[in-house]
Write a protein that binds this ligand. Structure first.
Ligand SMILES: Cc1cc2nc3c(=O)[nH]c(=O)nc-3n(C[C@H](O)[C@H](O)[C@H](O)COP(=O)(O)OP(=O)(O)OC[C@H]3O[C@@H](n4cnc5c(N)ncnc54)[C@H](O)[C@@H]3O)c2cc1C
Ligand code: FES
Ligand code: FES
Length: 450
């Protein structure tokens, strides 16, 4: 029988205590137990944003979060926005601008907009579109929606008070509170239990019936997996760090400069707010966007089981598409990135569209210089071989410096990639684009060094 857990949180500022089943998503509990039906199930896979709610100030897809993961959090749903009869400025603006186009998507759009406005109010169209990139409309388009958010930004330039979190009652076996407890679960049940971090991949598989939700246990309360730290000669990024946390970290920007631009293009805001580094690595996808930046940072992955700990160079972690050296009883703890003075980097990718799309080709470059000449160069490419690869010939050419070195590097990279034809792209297109993106990325790095 599926375990039942007690959880406590605030929902629209109201303290709430509930019994939930270990296989219920946050969306299920909001709709079925709390009767807050503003959050809708469109796709159930993180693609449409119709289920968006705000958790601790960040927009998330409630279809990709287990209910017990909200224990202790402050939740905001569309039902809590109005103050009695007085609508929230965003609701007013959506009505005034004709932005209320359908009942399925608009609650999620308004909440995504609220999370974005509360944090970084801007009436700039590009910023608004970026803030709404995780929310799809398939009827009318985004013009009136963007106009509504811009109008609300102008109307509501007031300070924001975030609701207090809801205490939390530490639900048992699904939410270990130490690394030892998490590793014990894996040691005892590695054939059945599956780690859950942001859920942006494994809950999509659960939706497809490939993983039972009741088999999951949450890593996000394990302190040993959290945090981004400057540790003297290296930087440590815990496996449970979200893409948003890495994107906002000055330490990451300084010492792994190709990583923030990669985090910035992963999914939409809801995916970045939940998806983690550990989940991205454990997936072992050749298109995983954090991997090329870690290759060019010479990252080392720390891995543990209940009985051992080991370090693996990132270039040796993956053995094929969706395959890695990680054993079923092991967890990724985090990555160590050696510091290198004056390093600059870039990441560029090509996808089907800008947001919510998997890379067809990606390129990361990192470079240090001495007296204006390259003294250390790394190039890595994603989605053009069974795993992410380094491009040693291109690196050697770039060490020569100048336009001639760049031309030779682009020629070399065409030979070094082994792309495949698939639904997203042809082999030849990927080969050509690898060279085009390399040239653009190197020019970005040169400009940063100038
Ligand atoms: C709409 C959408 C868009 C996306 N866009 C992108 C994109 O642009 N680029 C991209 O790279 N990815 C993308 N993804 C994939 C996904 O969001 C990322 O791979 C994300 O980083 C996964 O992290 P997570 O914490 O959500 O993983 P989860 O779903 O929690 O877990 C994924 C896998 O990793 C395992 N795992 C998690 N943490 C650990 C750990 N510490 N140790 C061992 N195993 C662990 C889990 O058991 C599971 O097998 C997208 C997904 C969706 C749904
Ligand atoms: S229902 Fe589509 S993102 Fe959750
Ligand atoms: S607003 Fe729902 S499909 Fe356009």
């Amino acid at each position: 029988m599926t375990e039942t857990l007690e959880i406590a949180f605030t929902v629209n500022r109201r303290p709430t205590r509930l019994s939930v089943r270990a296989d219920q998503r946050l969306l299920d509990v909001l709709r079925e137990q709390l009767r807050l039906t503003g959050a809708k199930e469109g796709c159930g896979k993180g693609e449409c944003g119709a289920c968006t709610v705000i958790v601790d100030g960040r927009a998330v897809d409630s279809c990709l979060m287990m209910a017990y993961q909200a224990d202790g959090a402050a939740l905001e749903t569309i039902e809590g926005l109005a103050d009695g009869d007085r609508l929230h400025p965003l609701q007013e603006a959506f009505i005034d601008e004709g932005g209320v186009q359908c009942g399925i998507c608009i609650p999620g759009m308004i909440l995504a907009a609220k999370a974005f406005l509360d944090r970084a109010p801007s009436s700039n169209e590009a910023a608004i579109r970026e803030g709404l990139a995780g929310n799809l409309c398939r009827c009318t388009g985004y013009t009136k929606i963007v106009a509504a958010v811009a109008a609300a930004t102008r109307a509501s330039a007031t300070a924001v008070s975030r609701p207090a979190a809801g205490g939390g009652v530490a639900p048992g076996s699904c939410r270990p509170r130490s690394l030892e407890a998490a590793l014990e679960i894996l040691a005892e049940r590695s054939q059945q239990a599956r780690p859950l971090a942001g859920g942006t991949d494994i809950l999509v598989k659960a939706k497809d019936g490939l993983v039972p939700r009741a088999a999951l246990f949450d890593l996000t309360q394990v302190p040993e997996l959290a945090g981004i730290e400057d540790r003297g000669d290296h930087v440590w990024i815990g496996a449970a760090s979200t893409h948003t946390q890495m994107l906002e970290s000055p330490v990451v920007a300084r010492h792994a400069p190709a990583l923030p631009p990669a985090c910035a293009v992963i999914g939409g805001p809801q995916i970045r707010n939940r998806g983690t580094l550990g989940g991205n690595l454990a997936n072992a996808s050749p298109a995983a966007d954090t991997v090329p930046p870690l290759y060019v940072a010479d990252a080392v992955v720390e891995i543990a089981s209940i009985s051992s700990r080991r370090e693996v160079e990132i270039t040796r972690l993956f053995t094929g598409p969706r395959k890695s050296v990680l054993e079923a009883d092991e967890l990724i703890l985090g990555v160590k990135i050696p510091k290198r003075a004056g390093v600059r980097g870039a990441f560029l990718r090509l996808g089907q569209r800008q947001a919510q799309a998997i890379s067809k080709v990606s390129v990361a470059v990192a470079m240090a210089t001495d007296g204006g000449r390259p003294s250390w160069v790394r190039v890595a490419l994603g989605a053009v071989a069974p795993t992410v690869i380094r491009a040693p010939e291109a690196e050697r050419a770039l060490m020569r410096g100048g336009e001639e070195g760049l031309r030779a590097a682009c020629a070399a990279v065409r030979q070094e990639v082994q792309p495949i034809d698939d639904l997203r792209s042809t082999r030849e297109y990927r080969r050509e684009m690898a060279a085009v993106l390399l040239e653009r990325a190197v020019r970005q790095v040169w400009r940063a060094h100038a």
